[in-house]
Design a protein around this ligand. Sequence first.
Ligand SMILES: C[S@@+](CC[C@H](N)C(=O)[O-])C[C@H]1O[C@@H](n2cnc3c(N)ncnc32)[C@H](O)[C@@H]1O
Length: 312
Amino acid sequence: MSTRSLWHWANAYKMSAAIFALEEVGALAAMAAAPRSIEELSWLDADALAPLLTMLLHAGLLSCEDGRYSLVGGSLLPLLAHERRVRSRFSQEVIVARLRGQGGSDPMDAPGAEARWPEYHAAMSVSARSIAPHVVRVTRLRRGEHVIDLGGADGALFAALKHLVPGIRGTVVDRPSAAPHWRAVEDARFVGLDLRALDGDLLADADVVLLSNVLHLFNAADRGVMMKKILDHVRPGARAVVYDVFVSRGVADAGLFMVLDWMLCGHRFDLTAEQMASELVSLGWSNPVTHIVPTLPGAFVSALKPASGATP
Ligand SMILES: C[S@@+](CC[C@H](N)C(=O)[O-])C[C@H]1O[C@@H](n2cnc3c(N)ncnc32)[C@H](O)[C@@H]1O
């Protein structure tokens, strides 16, 4: 590693601040909608704007033709807006505290978290809409099948699936405190319980068990117990699909940065998708497949319960 790259990364927080600022003032949305010149972003100070656009251009986040800038990756803007609003939870101080073995808990489980649920669900439902078509493809979801969505929040993901595959049934499981936010989707019910105390009987009728953006909230032991319990109680041929942000070894990408989010929530979750697949196989799941979708922040890992007698 060179001194130059240490200096580069130590200064990279300025790039994040620039991106959030441009999002806050509406410049990113404007450049996502149509190519814009500095003059056309007329509500902003041109001398402040120009160097910021140059930074984003040189980082490959904007393209520029005939003096007009376009945003690459505009579909992630709602997620980015959410990240801007919650980024204050990140500071050097909280990371120092974790390094000293202090702190670390899911902010959505903290006293007073109710006030944050609406904002949280709004962000989750944007994510749910973008991942739903891929869940359908990965699971080959069919009419009449029963989907159990563990950590399914207000039902946004199940609602998006139902929109794509009418005729599916759903059981959405989340913390009891999520019950008031349940959006009452047709052919679906909400079950409020702690996933660490998952009821095996609940799983018996499942064709597909989903865990979307959930496993990073558990430690490795609880994760293993939960995935084994699912395997033991679903019928042969049932599919499990995990969607989460996995890391790519040797690459300092956003997936690696998100490991800090999970760390602040209390747990270490820095698996590659392939390691997740191996973990499922070691528990007795079969046919593991990893599905990388370049436009999504996370990736899917799917597996199958083998025919009776095939479980180790
Ligand atoms: C990041 S959200 C993901 C929501 C949704 N699955 C999605 O992908 O948009 C994590 C969800 O898991 C739920 N959750 C976390 N820990 C839980 C637990 N121990 N028992 C039940 N639900 C839990 C949270 O309440 C929250 O709704």
